[in-house]
Design a protein around this ligand. Sequence first.
Ligand code: 5RP
Length: 237
Amino acid sequence: MSDELKRASALAALEEVQPGMRLGIGTGSTAEFFVRALAEKVSAGLDIIGVPTSERTAALVRELGVPLTTLDETPELDLTVDGVDELDACLQLIKGGGAALLREKIVAAASTRMVVIADDSKLVETLGRFPLPIEVMPFDLEATRRAVVKAAVSLSLEGEVKLRLNADGTALVTDGGHYILDGHWNLLPDVPALAERLSAIPGVVEHGLFIGLAKAAYVAGPSGVRQISVTTADETK
Ligand code: 5RP
């Protein structure tokens, strides 16, 4: 995805930000364009307060001087803007490529409105080309991995479920102290059924399927930024 498209989708979402808003601030390279553009507005006098969805975003937001709060201090947010790994036309999402899916989902759920920003290569007919991130407890890792495989097989999904590793071969540890399993299933024809079965596994902390959370997406392509909304018809900005 080119930086121009990332920036274009981020700037479209920035137009939704109003003075006084309590914002959820997403994670990833596209969200970073949003953070940088937001910080410029804050320097110019925009009064907002933000809850970051990861330590990575918190560090950037602090460095750029955007005022921060927490969900303990500010449990209800007006708007969350976040990136996405894959989305479909119904605004079902796969998130967690940056391993921040747990906080991202908590922050999105605390928000009146969540919008996602992406380039058009992430818009797919059926989710699943992007491996599904699943945040799990380290305690019962192999038992949980097998339970995830079993849940997938019960929905006729075939493919590997792999522990996400760092470059040095150690297990990647999330901000919450958990591991990530990535489900390489290629196509997920029944997203709600998979979400339900994964949520029922005790060692699964959270999965990267976001259903009914995003209210709109700003999808950037060569001919402009398209807004996809769950309540209104598509329009081109
Ligand atoms: C992090 C995420 C990110 O939003 C997602 O991975 C998109 O990242 P990028 O904008 O860098 O492609 O879900 O957990």
